[in-house]
Design a protein around this ligand. Structure first.
Ligand SMILES: Nc1nc2c(ncn2[C@@H]2O[C@H](COP(=O)(O)OP(=O)(O)OP(=O)(O)O)[C@@H](O)[C@H]2O)c(=O)[nH]1
Length: 486
């Protein structure tokens, strides 16, 4: 070719080399373009695979060689991109596209380029299989290559290695799963707890509950969350004070409250609670666990009842009397008022037991206790001392001895008269039918006045006992006052 001819017929095909006849700027531009094309085709960062219209690989760049482990010579004019793709994915893609586009698509190369062949932009994820059989995730962008008449002459598949992104995704998925597992575990712990659990914000508004808390209040989780904690208890002020105490002390144990469910059923609960913080140690609220102690309370009350009350008459026993005497003596000390202790022993009670039986005797003791209670004020104490002996303690009499003696005398006489009335008892002796027994019973009463700390409890009981014996000796059904000088 002459240099002249080259000058008049400049060529644009970079692959044919540059003509020495071009303008220098034009030559430079073409060189630049050629260098760029080479750089693209030799880039190791993405694979460029160009095929003919049937899918047979025509161009396989350096990136494709590096990513897939094949040399261009291995694949060019030899295989299609479907041969280096995961066959299962190719089948799945063909099925999905067939459904989506409502046309049968062959699970081969067609599945990889069908959309592009219809002019639809197509970027998808695909697993490529390397020459050594190992696999990697790729994102593939497909373009149909057309000639001047717009006829498809091939396809361009540009792929980037998606492994790193996939790994991050897998890691995120694992973290997400771990988080869900942890949340499930925490929830299980919360729900499987035998206590009614609750979390409130610092103002006492419920933010979470477990099933036991729903059962305790008779309200659903949705009803409880957002509601003030205090409104589910018989004493809302005490409930509110409980939350404040936790916030103040960070931890509160055995705080008793009575929950009331929406049906009105009450349950005595004991709360253990502590303040709750987030990861930055910012106060979130209060975590509280309530245990039903209704039964425990009942047992406690029964034990206390057995320990302090007489099982037959339900009157305070000697121990409780002793306690009350201590309180009355302390009150006397403060007020300067007298109190009185009466020792009451039924007269000839043994004969009733012997003639009518022990059960009838019991009935009389119960009735006698009832009559005694009706003779005194609320603040006074009627106790059973044992057998047929009762003790009545009158509190807060006068500050004057004589007036107190008169007041005690009036009550003692009231008691004597009350017990002097005939007892009508519905009795049943062993092996016999129920029968009504009428019994005339009297009592001997000894009275001792006391005030300040001039004597011990035992002393006072002895004084009253002594006076009672004087009444017995004097003929029974009588009242005698203890005379300190006597
Ligand atoms: N039914 C019944 N009898 C009891 C009970 N505890 C004690 N007794 C009986 O009460 C009687 C008490 O008798 P005493 O106070 O000693 O004698 P008494 O017949 O009342 O005669 P005086 O006290 O001297 O007037 C005894 O027979 C005891 O067995 C009880 O819980 N029930």
């Amino acid at each position: 070719m002459s240099s002249h001819a080259e000058q008049v017929t400049p060529r644009t095909d970079v692959s044919d080399g540059l003509s020495g006849v071009m303008e220098p700027w034009h030559q430079e531009a073409l060189l630049k373009a050629g260098a760029l094309q080479n750089a693209i085709f030799n880039s190791a960062n993405f694979s460029i695979i160009a095929t003919d219209a049937k899918g047979v690989i025509q161009i396989f760049n350096v990136g494709a060689e590096r990513m897939l482990g094949y040399a261009a010579a291995d694949v060019v004019n030899n295989i299609t991109p479907a041969d280096i793709s995961d066959p299962q994915e190719v089948i799945a893609r063909a099925e999905a596209l067939s459904l989506e586009l409502d046309t049968p698509i062959t699970p081969g190369f067609e599945a990889l380029v069908f959309k592009a062949s219809r002019g639809i932009e197509d970027i998808y994820e695909l697993t490529y299989i390397r020459k050594d059989g190992s696999r990697f995730a790729a994102v593939v962008s497909v373009t149909a290559l057309r000639d001047d008449q717009n006829e498809i002459i091939g396809y361009l598949l540009v792929g980037t290695d998606n492994t790193a992104r996939k790994e991050i995704e897998a890691e995120q998925q694992l973290l997400g799963q771990r988080l869900r597992d942890h949340q499930f575990y925490t929830r299980s712990l919360f729900e499987s707890n035998i206590d009614a659990l609750m979390i409130t914000d610092p103002s006492g508004v419920i933010t979470d509950v477990n099933k036991q808390m729903e059962a305790l209040t008779g309200c659903t989780r949705d009803e409880l969350i957002g509601a003030p904690f205090k409104s589910h208890f018989t004493d809302p002020k005490r409930a509110e004070a409980g939350i404040k105490l936790v916030l103040l002390k960070k931890k509160v144990t055995n705080y008793e409250l009575t929950a009331r469910d929406r049906g009105g059923k009450e349950t005595v609960v004991s709360y253990n609670a502590a303040t709750l913080y987030d990861r930055d140690r910012r106060l979130q609220g209060v975590f509280a666990a309530a245990r039903d102690i209704t039964e425990h309370k009942q047992v406690q009350a029964e034990i206390l009842n057995l320990a302090l009350y007489d099982s037959l008459t339900r009157l305070p026993n000697r121990r409780l009397l002793n306690d009350r005497m201590g309180q009355t003596m302390a009150a006397s000390q403060r007020s300067g008022r007298y109190s009185a202790l009466m020792f009451i022993d039924l007269d000839n009670f043994k004969s009733l037991n012997d003639t009518r039986g022990h059960d009838v005797g019991d009935l009389l003791l119960i009735e006698a206790a009832d009559r005694l209670k009706h003779c005194v004020r609320e603040i006074d104490t009627v106790a059973r001392f044992g057998g047929d002996e009762f003790v009545v303690m009158l509190s807060e009499l006068s500050v004057e001895n004589s007036e107190s003696t008169a007041q005690a005398g009036v009550i003692a006489e009231k008691i004597r008269a009350a017990l002097d009335r005939p007892f009508v008892l519905q009795g049943r002796q062993k092996g016999t039918a129920e029968n009504t027994v009428e019994h005339q019973c009297t009592a001997s009463i000894g009275v001792a006045l006391f005030s300040k700390r001039d004597a011990s409890r035992d002393d006072i009981l002895k004084w009253a006992d002594k006076a009672m014996y004087q009444a017995k000796e004097a003929g029974r059904n009588l009242i005698r006052f203890y005379e300190p000088t006597a």
